[in-house]
Design a protein around this ligand. Sequence first.
Ligand SMILES: Nc1nc2c(c(=O)[nH]1)N[C@H]1C(S)=C(S)[C@@H](COP(=O)(O)OP(=O)(O)OC[C@H]3O[C@@H](n4cnc5c(=O)[nH]c(N)nc54)[C@H](O)[C@@H]3O)O[C@H]1N2
Ligand SMILES: Nc1nc2c(c(=O)[nH]1)N[C@H]1C(S)=C(S)[C@@H](COP(=O)(O)OP(=O)(O)OC[C@H]3O[C@@H](n4cnc5c(=O)[nH]c(N)nc54)[C@H](O)[C@@H]3O)O[C@H]1N2
Ligand code: SF4
Ligand SMILES: [Mo]
Length: 860
Amino acid sequence: MPTSAASNTQTTRPRPSRRSFLTWSGVAAGAAGLVATTDLGMPGTGAPASAAQVEGMKDADSVAWSACTVNCGSRCPLRLQVKDGTVVRVLPDNTGDDELGSQRVRACVRGRSIRHRIYNPDRLKHPLRRKKGTKRGDGEWEEISWDVALSDIATKMKDIKKRYGNEAFYINYGTGTLGSTMACSWPPDESAFARMMNCWGGYLDHYSDYSSTEITAAYPYFYGEWTASNSLDDAKNAKLQVFFGNNPLETRMSGGGQTFISQQTRKKSGVRTIVVDPRYSETAALLADEWVAVRPGTDAALIAAMIHVMLEEDLHDQDFLDKYCVGFDEQHMPDGAPANASYRSYVEGKGTDGVEKTPEWAADITGVPADQIRRLAREIAGAKPCAINQGWGPQRHANGENEARAIFLLACVTGNVGVSGGGTGGREGAPALGIASPFNTGTKNEQPHIISVFSWLDAIDHGEKMTTFNAGVCEKPDVGVRAAKVPVDDDGKPTNTQLTAPIKMVWQYSGNSIVNQTGQNNKSVEILQDDTKCELIVVCDIQMTVSARYADYVLPGTSAAEEFDLHPGENAGPMAYGIMSSQAIDPLYECKSIFDICGELAKKLGVDDAYYDGKDREGWLRAAVDASREEDPELPTYDEWKKIGMYRRNAGSVIPLQDFRKDPDANPIPTPSGKIEIYSERLAAMAEKWTWDEFRPALAGDVLTPLPEYTETWEGALEARRSDKYPLQIIGHHYRQRTHSTYGNVDWMKEAHHQYIAINPLDAEPRGIKDGDLVFAYNDRGTIRMEARVTERIVPGVVDLPQGAWYKPVPASEVAPPEGANQDLPVDINGSVNTLTSLHPSPLAKGNAVHTTTVQVVKA
Ligand SMILES: Nc1nc2c(c(=O)[nH]1)N[C@H]1C(S)=C(S)[C@@H](COP(=O)(O)OP(=O)(O)OC[C@H]3O[C@@H](n4cnc5c(=O)[nH]c(N)nc54)[C@H](O)[C@@H]3O)O[C@H]1N2
Ligand SMILES: Nc1nc2c(c(=O)[nH]1)N[C@H]1C(S)=C(S)[C@@H](COP(=O)(O)OP(=O)(O)OC[C@H]3O[C@@H](n4cnc5c(=O)[nH]c(N)nc54)[C@H](O)[C@@H]3O)O[C@H]1N2
Ligand code: SF4
Ligand SMILES: [Mo]
């Protein structure tokens, strides 16, 4: 039964009057006075809000449970007050309390500004078709009816299918609407469009995601499968917690999320906290006792040196390594491994590179002083237990797979796996409700191949040449699509498989990954502007996004306020929760729900019966709740959930691998050896087969190594310091202003947290750059112009341009880029970091390594 309840007083949904329609158009400009109150008692807002303010607008017609559905890793309930058919106030969760395990999930400043996203000047109003004779991106559109749009699209789809088969259809990554019937394309097989495609012969699927692609690929070769670290509340049992590139105070911002949990846990238990990050992040500043200022992409070197110290001083947990792991020392190697291939040999300089991994060696690579490395090694080894975790910053790098494995390794060498107060070195876990997806049942994708989430532009360019060995093409596993399943022969050795066709149609719903969120914007545009390659691009969104600009057809979707759905909450451990939203307002303009859009398209393709399977949208939602309740009978029924809106329960802490720790023989992990594989024989076998080709020649660090060793990579820390041309590393962290690009066009958010490029005074001064100056950052792939923030919060040699800003190219002739910059490329004056990043994939995951990039910065 529900552990919390709130009344849903939604009554009617009156149609918008002429007056309220006018109010909407004025929202962006004139609404600041309307919702400027907050009940959060936020610092700087003066006295706590009055009771009247807490209750919102007094004479509203109704209030509906809704949600901020974006993929920030939280998902917050919102109560939308409606008057005359218009959302007038956005109120936060008013259920629960301030205790861990029953905490309120209070929306962050983005969710609280959602009205400005619903009623945004960029809001799509009608279906659009790219004008004949114009190029993708020219911005010339004709308004067409829904019937014409969907008939056109269906006709083109049938033609593509006839010529290339179903493997030519691709659903692009997009994470803007985490819900059930309005689910985005992540996971890819759970969206309405995926269901429709399944009914019509299937599509080319993708594995992994842009969030965690390298760590997802690394896991099977270390722990056998995705293995979270202990939940952050469990750090109350730790003597020390160490965050590697994990910034929950910015990436888990909801009032119920990891920001709250980590702060409460720290406050109550006083657990000492170390943050390893190239930036003095919000988490380093507000949670940590110590900041370890590491250069991007070098954590594996830092860890090798710490383990060197532990071995020298006998501080490591030899018993744990002997009992639970293979590959740490020469006495515990798999049969087929060569001599001196253990991790200990690597650290002691007895491996193939012959280099001893001393703190001095690592200091030169990481920028962390050798003395600090020694002190950290002693402290981390001596604190029992120690909670070691990582965010996804360290792995979103060239050979980020090895970075991720190295952090797992540190947890093993210190014996902290599977115990309370410890951790696996993965990202923190959190309990979640098992909310079933309605659309992943009853149909099957018949297409056998699956590509990396990041390979789709290559598959447009030369898909028919892509294989397992040169591009990570895999077989679609029967269940689960997150990690690639490399095909193997009868002896378990990797074999090759090949795509049959290039991608000819790309569907993008609720994502801005056509151009903006993928990488190398200018190159993406070049590939997509050749419409003999990808013949059909359809974007369904609520805003005229950057991606929509490069589409052939743009379909106006509904926002969460215009839909009803079930939204899984995330990352509020020990609490798990879910939100049943109600439709607050009628769809604006001609906007349609994704369920209806795909249903109407299914009809044009002759598969509507299979698509609907006798159910309307509410029917599917009821089915989702029924299926979830079969697994978890304590969940509320559909009707109960609809009444309460927000459902939560204390589900306890997450401590993975406890059974394995207690009895590894009875509870082996799913690696071939059943143990933790510090040395992976499978990676050794794959390394022999992995080829790169003329499309993607191998660069430095493009290697699969059986050990989680440090690899010097393309555009890495060492290359940057040797380069006169591009001497600065650049990263694009996940920023408060936006969730990726979402909210990036909201006036309040731009004002609260404006875009900048951060640079250390040591780098700024010789360039004559002062705080607030306009600067150019450029490399061979592009140029951006942005305001500099000169700050010691970023390590020397590194700059930070928060990711997700909307790519805004203007001709170089208009802004006079510096001499060294490529004069043939436009200049992005909005500072999308993907104007500078590369499409070159990581070696195992074939994933986005977008935090690995080098640039030059000069004053504008
Ligand atoms: N350089 C660099 N690039 C990165 C990253 C990085 O760290 N650095 N991070 C990567 C990561 S982790 C991710 S997850 C991806 C994210 O990539 P995307 O998922 O493509 O990112 P968003 O910009 O959030 O796009 C979500 C879209 O959903 C739309 N949307 C929001 N709400 C609604 C709604 O209610 N209805 C409908 N129909 N649409 C809605 C928004 O308008 C927006 O266009 O970006 C990746 N790109
Ligand atoms: N406000 C906000 N919250 C978000 C999002 C957002 O866009 N905005 N996006 C959401 C999504 S989809 C995701 S996947 C998550 C992303 O979560 P993460 O991937 O964890 O976020 P990042 O900001 O990319 O990286 C986390 C930290 O790692 C640091 N870092 C970068 N490279 C390295 C490195 O080589 N070593 C070390 N030690 N640290 C490094 C960065 O400076 C940053 O502080 O955030 C989610 N939450
Ligand atoms: S952006 Fe995330 S934390 Fe903020 S309101 Fe939306 S779901 Fe909640
Ligand atoms: Mo993500």
